[in-house]
Design a protein around this ligand. Structure first.
Ligand SMILES: CC(C)(COP(=O)(O)OP(=O)(O)OC[C@H]1O[C@@H](n2cnc3c(N)ncnc32)[C@H](O)[C@@H]1OP(=O)(O)O)[C@@H](O)C(=O)NCCC(=O)NCCS
Length: 96
């Protein structure tokens, strides 16, 4: 009988959105910090998300939390057709 390694999980962010009139006032940060804290307590090791390549604001936002660009998904989005970037955060390495 062999011992199993410690359990760990992945999580994925499908979407996050702040009303335009409230953007850049820290609301997204509060949401994402809460999400990451829950991930820590649920033993999530890796968080994944997709973002449009043109969405520079969101990419900057995610990078502040330690997300990095993992790979490109060619023609992933439609209306309009656009490439997506897969971003990855390894829990414990995010910016405090
Ligand atoms: C991306 C989004 C969730 C960020 O939420 P937010 O409440 O506006 O973000 P915050 O106010 O917490 O910003 C924290 C930091 O992230 C970075 N950031 C956020 N929006 C940015 C933008 N448009 N351009 C550049 N940097 C940005 C900045 O460093 C910002 O700090 P600062 O305002 O002191 O410079 C929000 O802009 C949004 O809902 N966008 C539309 C929907 C969307 O694109 N969702 C992501 C889909 S994957």
């Amino acid at each position: 009988m062999s011992a199993l390694s410690a359990t760990h999980f992945d999580a994925e962010i499908y979407n996050i959105g702040i009303r335009k009139s409230h953007q850049r006032s820290g609301c997204g940060t509060i949401l994402l910090e809460e999400f990451i804290n829950r991930c820590v307590s649920e033993m999530v090791e890796t968080v994944w998300l997709d973002v449009r390549i043109s969405n520079e604001g969101a990419i900057s936002f995610y990078k502040r939390f330690g997300f990095s660009e993992f790979t490109l998904r060619t023609r992933f989005y439609t209306y309009p057709l656009e490439d997506g970037i897969v971003m990855k955060l390894t829990i414990g390495k995010q910016k405090s």
